[in-house]
Design a protein around this ligand. Sequence first.
Ligand SMILES: [Zn+2]
Ligand SMILES: [Zn+2]
Length: 586
Amino acid sequence: MDNKLLDNLRHSCAHLLAKSVKDLWPGTHNGIGPSIENGFYQDFDFGETKISESDLPKIEEKMRQILPMWKSFTYNEVTLAEAKKLFKENPYKIEMAEEFAKGGKKLMTNNPGNFLDLCKMGHVEHPDKELTHFKLLSVAGAYWRGSEKNKMLTRIYGTCFPTAKELEDFLLRQDEAKKRDHKKISKELELFLISPSVGSGFPLYMPKGALLKRLLENWLIEEKEKRGFQFVWTPHIGKSDLYKQSGHWQKFDAMFNPMKVDDDEYVLKPMNCPHHFQIFNVRPRSYRELPLYLAENATVYRYEKAGELNGLFRVRALTQDDTHAFVRDQDISAEIQKVIDLTFHVYETFGFKNYKARISVRDPKNPDKYLGEVKNWDRAEKALVDAMKSQDVEYFVAEGEAAFYGPKIDVMVKDSLGREWQLTTVQLDFVQPENFDMKYINENGKEERPAVLHVAILGSVDRFFGILIEHFAGAFPVWLAPVQLTLIPIADRHQKAANILRDELKTQRIRVDVDDRQESMQSKIRQATLQKVPFLGIIGDKEITLDNLNYKNINVNLRSRDGKNLGVYNFDKLLSFLKLEIDNKN
Ligand SMILES: [Zn+2]
Ligand SMILES: [Zn+2]
């Protein structure tokens, strides 16, 4: 089903919801009821009545009662005065009618049977036959028109699909997504926390989470250094003037309020670009130094509305895996190619197999909107398209989506639940080199301007970490698992052997712990499995000879976290097995 038809289906279902609610709670006013990704919602003003998710089954029942009477929508064009009269009870509909009229839009009332309404239109032909596969999902508060100055309304979310099978699949995925919620898993595994004393949107990483984040970042540093990126470090604040020069001050609205230090005004940095530009500009550059890649895993600070903060997905302090590449015009294509190769290598390492790219280019009808020379744009856009063509990856070109300072590539990946995430951005920029008067000396001793590529492969490392938690449901691959092996001594007399083995494995950089609680073996196995530790090594009488204990003569009975028995391993075999698992990034 194409998107338009699906939108019509879901928006029509929002009408059915509105009618049912108004039947159950007379006097309730409905606001807007649009189709959204994965479903629809309908806003209501319930007056003094409070409803909750426990009311949803009752509403669904009402919807099923009403539906057979809805054979088709009938329409009627009305004047504003007529609309105001018809909907005189409902201030929200009157506001909408006034707005439609002001925008020169026809005012159409619709009625699928026994419910007169006014909306932006877009409905199914035969509601009674088409709207059967729906489900109400949740209830939330929402300000009318999204503005905190307006009244708080009640928003009911639901979804509707063309077939029972699609609805069922969707609900199963929803269920699985709830189980995999990164905030929930993080609590169980102790990865990160949001402390109200520190502030919403400022995540604190606990030892296991910090370890994982560091492993991620270090691996990226390695992969980038292999490809010639050079890492820098820049502080978390900068003078306001720096952002005035870059233009962010005027255009970027997520900056925190400035603070005064001595006579100067400073801000928390919302991005690293102007800091890195200072490093490029430190001395005259030669063409021999280009392309120059300056990279940093740097924390930036962005003001996000409190209501939009969400675990690691949306925070106010985020670490970007940021890179600024300073390139000559003739090298743009090759360098983008290189960055895209690295990007796909990164995705494959994490088992993301399904991705596609969007190339944002100029609006051909509005060539004046863009800064920089036309021939550079032509070349740059072609470079982006060529870079994608040479990859075996789905891409599409979005005309008019480019920023005024340059075209870009965004890459979206699908996780193990089939949800799509936008991760990588490669943004070409012709304007910042002007703003910061960047130049290099070419082969003929003449000055030229480089172009800048802004590259973030994971985007926000924090958000990526959240995605990984849900993608793996907390069962991280061995190379990332905070604990790779838990040793389980069956009885007290096996404790010492477990400790000896642990200490030796630790010197070999294996992340190993011993469960020395006074618990049964079964309960220790359960605990390690809940903690999603990849391997469990059980040590009992059969595995050791108690006299002359030495790591070389301690065996373990090895199990995987999915319950497979892998057999008996001595130290050497265990170590090479684990090292191989780690190296292969399994
Ligand atoms: Zn409608
Ligand atoms: Zn940048």
